[in-house]
Ligand binder design. Sequence first.
Ligand SMILES: NC(=O)c1ccc[n+]([C@@H]2O[C@H](COP(=O)([O-])OP(=O)(O)OC[C@H]3O[C@@H](n4cnc5c(N)ncnc54)[C@H](OP(=O)(O)O)[C@@H]3O)[C@@H](O)[C@H]2O)c1
Length: 251
Amino acid sequence: MNDKSELQDKVVMVTGASSGIGRAISLALAKEGTRLAIVARNLDKLVTLKAQIESSGGRAFPLAVDLKDESQILFAFEAIGREWGGVDVLINSAGLGHDAPLSSGSTEHFREMLEVNVLALSVITREAVLNMQANKTAGQIIHISSMSAYRVQTGAGMYAATKHAVRAMTEGLRRELREAGSSIRVTAVSPGDTETEFMERMLGRSEAGKRAPEYRQMDPEDIAQAVLYILKTSPNVEIHDILMRPINQPD
Ligand SMILES: NC(=O)c1ccc[n+]([C@@H]2O[C@H](COP(=O)([O-])OP(=O)(O)OC[C@H]3O[C@@H](n4cnc5c(N)ncnc54)[C@H](OP(=O)(O)O)[C@@H]3O)[C@@H](O)[C@H]2O)c1
């Protein structure tokens, strides 16, 4: 019996790999024998993840990138090209929220959410498409979006706007690729509450603790399983979006 994964040796670029969902996706994909380009700002965390991946026989290439800087994104693609030739799969997991109500939030907070969740995701996705097209790769692109692509929670209007944009870009890119006769597939995963550093980064530890939900949140590994499912579907199937929330989450 051949138990080699169909994902073996694929070059997968994961943004937001230093934490939470991106980290869990990286660990799950390492077990499938992929070659992982792990991207985030925190190099120490990426180096620790690389060691963890390599200790179980996997391969990882850490890239310290601030996604707000386009030149750093372009440099990352060049580096991956030199190391492994190109990208087969892009997972856009980097993202953030700020406590920034539309009626009172700071411009800086609005800007950072737009820059990372929308603009950087657009630039990195465009570069991945160009890279896949140049290498004639029938690649896959997965955006880690949010249930906030479908609903707007009070006080989180700008965050929801960024994720509604991700939803629009998923469909926009699907249409462009279809018109071009491309075999590249694009998919969103839209999770609800997942236990990561997300809330702590947004609110600080003590406030995040106070606002913790009563229900059990999803684990980042739950999202990684959805990503694995998407990557293993038939090349003839394009999953558009997976909406997933923890049982008992109200919206
Ligand atoms: N947790 C949830 O409940 C939840 C629910 C729905 C959707 N999501 C989405 O899931 C994705 C992952 O979030 P998470 O929950 O895993 O949060 P997390 O634990 O806070 O991880 C966020 C990741 O984004 C990276 N990042 C942020 N700003 C960056 C920048 N300027 N340049 C490069 N990397 C940057 C961080 O890396 P560095 O700090 O090292 O740069 C980190 O790896 C996000 O898009 C989020 O919107 C989360």
